[in-house]
Structures are given as C-alpha cells and as structure tokens.
Design a protein around this ligand. Structure first.
Ligand code: HPA
Length: 278
C-alpha cells in the first residue's frame, strides 16, 4: 500500500514487522545513542544491523556524528535494540516522525528506554565530561506531539505524561555506578530547545533562571513517547560545554562531539551496570 494512505499505527506495525522478519530476538531494552555516543553500540554483540534507509517509514538521519542504523543484539546477556543516531526536530522532522522509532522499539518488546544526549551545562557546579541523570525536564520545544493529544497509540490504562516521567529506581542505579567509579555525577533538569543553534548568553541565563541544569535539543519527545507507552525511562546527559554567560566562549559542534566521546565510557558503564540488574 502506498505509504501516504497508511495510518500512523500501520506504519509503526509495518516497520516493526520488517524488523521482526529478520530476527527472532525480542529486545527488552531500547537504547537511543545521541551525539558522539554511538560507540556504545560497539559493545553490543550484534545479531542484526539495519540502516534506517532499509526500514519502511523510518526517517533518515543527517546530524553530525550520527550513523543512522538500528542494532539488535545482546549486551550483558540482555536482548537490546539500539538506535545509533536519532532524529532531531531541528533537522526538520515533525515530532511524530522523529519519535516513530520509539513506537517501533516498544512494539518489538522493549519495556525500558535508555536515552542519551550531549548537553550544555548551565549549573556552575558542572564541568565538561560530567554525566547528569535527568530527573526532570522543561520542554521549550513548543511542538505538538499529536499522539499524546489523541489516544490512537496510547495503550489503555496508561497515564498521560505527567510529572514522574523519569524512573526513580533507574536513576538510583545510574547514580550508584557513578559513585562507585568516583566520577562527578549529577541528577538534574534538562531544558529542551528546538535549536539548531547553540544558545546566546541571554538564553543560557534564561535556562539557568528557570531552573535548568543543562540545555539540549533532543530527548524530550522520545521520553514523552516512551512514558505514554508505559516504558520505564532512564535519560543520561553528557555535559559537554559549560556555559558561563558572563565570559562566554563560542560553542562548536566539534567540541561538543569530542567531549561527548570522552564521556562515552561513563555512559557505557552506567548502561552495562543497569543491564546486569535485569
Ligand atoms: N546547547 C544546546 N545543545 C547542546 C549544547 C548547548 O550548549 N551542548 C551540547 N548540546
């Protein structure tokens, strides 16, 4: 059937069926790897790697350092599905396209979403290379998430996204890894802006003033989707640049990618420790 005559749920089902035809693995955990963090996927013993271009109805990934493929396999003997590369609203995707893979991964069986991103720190206690576990967010993307306003895709009995989006037990597990390894690890609030530009000094000041600890351009649409599907959510932010609005230096995409790569082993340790508990 031509794709423009299919409903959204039919597209999700077709994409999931396509993946299912190629592997019997039922993933328990979905992982979205953000900027500079795609290498975590190399720790997965892969059973199947699928470029997004081959999966029906998947959008294509264009952002710097994003590979654009799904990896299915096992990590710490737990079946997982990882997105190496995600879809940002600043690339021009409508929200529902950007979050389609989350629906697909949940339909394939994933009950937990682990999502990572690179962010700019505005909390003066943070340093580049630190990890912040998201315990809250402020959504300044101002884009309507149609499915959350119309319950076609929300399973019966699930809650509308509300206040407790981030799973407390998963936050504690992640903090425990950080303390055990003796890194600077924080929990805090992620402010999402649509981007694509990094913030002006005034915007960094605003992010701090409204209660943010870090700012970034992703993650919130995926978290809202996963929560509406009753998935447990762990969101990890690698703090790259730290904004000091009164002595601001230029933030560059290359710097963000380089520092995110330095933080990558920390994210890998958090995710592998978490999987060992499942
Ligand atoms: N702003 C927004 N997104 C980001 C930043 C930033 O300073 N650093 C990494 N991602």
């Amino acid at each position: 059937m031509p794709s423009d005559t299919l409903s959204y749920s039919q597209k999700v089902s077709e994409a999931a069926a396509f993946v299912r035809e190629q592997t019997p693995t039922i993933p328990r955990v979905a992982i979205i790897l953000g900027t500079g963090l795609g290498n975590l996927a190399t720790h997965i013993s892969p059973e199947l790697t699928l470029p997004y271009a081959e999966i029906p109805h998947f959008p294509q990934s264009t952002a710097l350092s994003h590979h654009g493929q799904l990896v299915i396999g096992t990590l710490e003997d737990v079946p997982v599905i990882a997105m190496q590369g995600r879809f940002h609203l600043y690339e021009g995707y409508p929200v529902m396209e950007a979050v389609l893979p989350v629906y697909v991964m949940q339909q394939l069986g994933a009950e937990i979403l682990v999502v990572s991103n690179a962010s700019g720190g505005v909390n003066p206690k943070y340093n580049g290379g630190d990890i912040m576990i998201m315990n809250s967010h402020i959504n300044l993307m101002f884009r309507k998430h149609q499915a959350l306003a119309n319950d076609e895709l929300i399973p019966p009995g699930s809650e509308q996204p509300g206040t407790l989006l981030y799973d407390r037990e998963l936050i504690e597990l992640a903090l425990r890894t950080g303390r055990k390894e003796d890194w600077a690890i924080h929990e805090g609030c992620y402010v999402s802006l649509t981007g694509p530009n990094y913030e002006t000094r005034s915007e960094y000041r605003m992010v701090r003033a409204i209660g943010g600890d870090v700012v970034g351009m992703s993650t919130v649409p995926e978290v809202l989707t996963a929560h509406s599907l009753n998935m447990r959510v762990l969101a990890l932010s690698a703090v790259t640049n730290v904004a000091k609005p009164d002595a601001l230096t230029e933030t560059s995409a290359e710097e963000v990618v380089d520092i995110a790569r330095l933080a990558e082993p920390k994210l890998t340790a958090i995710v592998t420790d978490l999987l060992k508990t499942l």
